[in-house]
Design a protein around this ligand. Structure first.
Ligand code: 6PG
Length: 271
């Protein structure tokens, strides 16, 4: 029997990091990856609604993350049987955001609205943006505390609501959300944190912490390009999450590494 690439890779990973629910999926290139993830996301949200009546997704910025949303918007216009998402019953959160004015092109929220949210009719009350720098908060710390409170309010009981799928891009050095290697955010226990002096501009951000990321039902890491291959291999090879934050991004039920062939090229078992 010939295993598909992702199965071969999981089989080749050391037992210590073969966490329950770990999947590695490899698509030939970035465009096919974004299409595949878009279809999988629609199916997952439809499945969550079939069980719970509602679904929730945590969005990421970045090229692949935004391309996925564009494909989801296209699928929403012509839903496949059984994969019809009721967008009026989807809660949207963000994994991180830049603390800049709302109309700044650096806002992850702006990209997501253009790619998907403005096209599918989600009620404004279900779009839970991380506050912009001109939204009435003087500091990213105040904005982070407010977002933690908003998550907690949505939960009703406990600090976090059910987060069905949490999407993350990954930087070439292994950062996820705005948790950068060897930064204070990598060891912060809060659900939402302010990030200052970020090595990648803009320097001031608000990010979910590991406490929130690891509470999601499923974490999906979207990674493309050869420049990420070494960090992917280190994350899946058991690196410490303070060195490679992506290594600590794990969902409660599933952790899916969704890669193109170039990003997967340094994994054991990759051809
Ligand atoms: O906040 C940021 O600086 C980016 O949003 C970042 O976290 C991004 O998600 C990754 O760098 C992957 O980006 P690409 O998919 O464009 O490579």
């Amino acid at each position: 029997m010939t295993l598909p690439p992702g199965d071969r890779i999981v089989a080749a990973l050391p037992e210590a990091v073969a966490v329950p629910g770990l999947q590695v999926v490899v698509e030939p290139d970035a465009d096919l990856l974004a299409r595949a993830v878009g279809s999988a996301l629609v199916a997952r949200l439809a499945a969550a609604q079939a069980v719970h009546g509602t679904a929730s997704v945590v969005l990421t910025g970045g090229g692949i993350g935004t391309a996925v949303l564009r494909h989801v918007a296209g699928l929403a216009e012509e839903p496949a049987p059984g994969q019809d998402v009721d967008w009026t019953a989807v809660d949207v959160w963000w994994g991180d955001e830049r603390f800049v004015p709302a109309d700044d092109d650096e806002r992850n929220e702006k990209g997501a609205r253009e790619a998907l949210l403005d096209r599918v009719g989600i009620p404004p009350g279900r779009v839970h943006a991380i506050p912009a720098a001109d939204a009435g908060f003087d500091t990213p710390e105040e904005a982070a505390d407010w977002y933690a409170g908003t998550l907690s309010d949505a939960a009703g009981d406990g600090p976090l609501p059910r987060l069905d799928v949490l999407l993350l891009g990954m930087g070439p050095e292994g950062h996820v959300a705005s948790i950068f290697p060897d930064s204070p955010a990598a060891t912060d226990e809060r659900t939402v944190i302010a990030v200052r002096d970020c090595p990648k501009p803009p320097p001031t951000r608000v990010s979910l912490g590991f406490a929130a990321i690891t509470a999601a039902e499923e974490v999906w890491l979207l990674v493309s390009g050869a420049g990420k291959a070494e960090a992917v291999a280190r994350a899946l090879g058991g690196a410490d999450r303070t060195e490679i934050p992506a290594a600590g991004a794990r969902g409660r039920r599933a952790t899916r590494w969704l890669l193109d062939a170039a990003a997967a090229s340094r994994l054991p078992g990759a051809d």
